[in-house]
Design a binder for this molecule. Structure first.
Ligand SMILES: NC(=O)C1=CN([C@@H]2O[C@H](COP(=O)(O)OP(=O)(O)OC[C@H]3O[C@@H](n4cnc5c(N)ncnc54)[C@H](OP(=O)(O)O)[C@@H]3O)[C@@H](O)[C@H]2O)C=CC1
Ligand SMILES: Cc1cn([C@H]2C[C@H](O)[C@@H](COP(=O)(O)OP(=O)(O)O[C@H]3O[C@@H](C)C(=O)[C@@H](O)[C@H]3O)O2)c(=O)[nH]c1=O
Length: 288
């Protein structure tokens, strides 16, 4: 039995891993959040890893409030960079496989073909910059660390765009949503399964060199506006959804205009099959 620690385990991806983990009885998944294991507390990390045999750790803890991060840079970097470095150190010390999650917001969005793992990064926000430092620290400290960049995560859990849209569609007759930011929504349940598949692959190939960055999102491309319209259609909401450009929907943080991820590397390395974004949205809405 492999012991897998999920830090930030009560967040959206953490809860999705709990559900997905039911299909992986070979893994003993242990979920902690800030109250049980604060990843910004180096002494707590040392004590926890000293007292428990942890074979792998999936770090789902993060500062994910993109707009708030613009005025709270210190906390964003503490959680998304310094704590990730500390986690990479303690994992290396205890021979624990670390999987860390990063974001499409590390890219500028100026490209018009899907971003590969080798493409230049240039974050446009504090959140993106803090996540970029975190992924560099994790792989830089220990090249065996696996970093999975994902995009536009949603699920039946916690706070996310799908749940926010459903709320707003109940409350309002009209909504404006940006159509000049393209990307790919990712159902956290699919990502959770992919992460557990990666751990299973690692267990089957203990000597394989797998460290580095991988991209994972659902298949396809859309805009936030088209995503909102699809949510409206699938939930039979009657709200009018209007397309607007980003200059008409002011936010504290800038978002990339295009952040579609190329997923060839994760598919060919681990043999992972990825569902189309709309099919996964249907699946998630059914589960809600
Ligand atoms: N959400 C998205 O759209 C996307 C997310 N990602 C990345 O995916 C990962 C998972 O995101 P998601 O599940 O949506 O995020 P959530 O915000 O839902 O979850 C983050 C979790 O981290 C916990 N946490 C906060 N501070 C600490 C701490 N000091 N120690 C331990 N845990 C802490 C939070 O607890 P509490 O709530 O109590 O603060 C929360 O449970 C993150 O790395 C994120 O950057 C990437 C692309 C898209
Ligand atoms: C709620 C709302 C948002 N928007 C816009 C704002 C923004 O440009 C876009 C997305 O909105 P949100 O602020 O909900 O999503 P945002 O927080 O930008 O989502 C991001 O979260 C982080 C954690 C990531 O890593 C990214 O991959 C991405 O998922 O839609 C509208 O146009 N109309 C609306 O009514």
């Amino acid at each position: 039995m492999k012991n897998i620690l999920i830090t930030g385990g009560h967040g959206q991806l953490g809860q999705s891993l709990k559900k997905a983990g039911e299909a992986y009885p070979q893994f003993n998944l242990v979920f902690t959040d800030a109250t049980e294991l604060d990843i910004t507390d180096n002494a707590a990390l040392a004590t926890y890893f000293g007292a428990n045999q942890i074979d792998a750790c999936i770090n789902c803890a993060a500062y994910t409030a993109v707009d708030k991060a613009e005025s709270d840079e210190e906390t964003a970097f503490l959680l998304n960079f310094q704590a990730v470095l500390a986690l990479a150190e303690v994992c290396a010390q205890h021979h624990t496989q670390l999987i860390h999650i990063s974001t499409d917001y590390v890219f500028s969005g100026k490209q018009n073909v899907p971003y590969t793992e080798e493409d230049d990064t240039d974050p446009q926000s504090i959140y993106g910059a803090s996540k970029l430092r975190g992924e560099a620290a994790a792989v830089g400290y220990n090249p065996d660390t696996i970093v999975v960049r994902t995009s536009w995560l949603y699920s039946e859990y916690a706070v996310n765009f799908v749940k926010r849209m459903q709320e707003l569609m109940r409350e309002r007759e009209e909504l404006s949503v940006v159509f000049d930011q393209a990307g790919t929504p990712t159902y956290a349940g699919d990502l959770a399964t992919a992460l557990l598949d990666i751990l299973q692959y690692k267990a089957n190939h203990p000597d394989a060199t797998l460290g580095g960055i991988y991209h994972y999102s659902n298949e396809g491309v859309t805009s936030w506006y088209d995503f909102a319209v699809t949510i409206k259609e699938l939930t039979a909401a009657t709200t009018r959804v209007l397309p607007v450009t980003s200059d008409k929907y002011k936010t504290a943080a800038a978002r990339p205009a295009y952040s579609v991820l190329n997923k060839e590397k994760i598919k060919t390395t681990f043999g992972i099959q990825i569902p189309y974004w709309r099919d996964s949205l249907v699946k998630c809405l059914r589960r809600m």
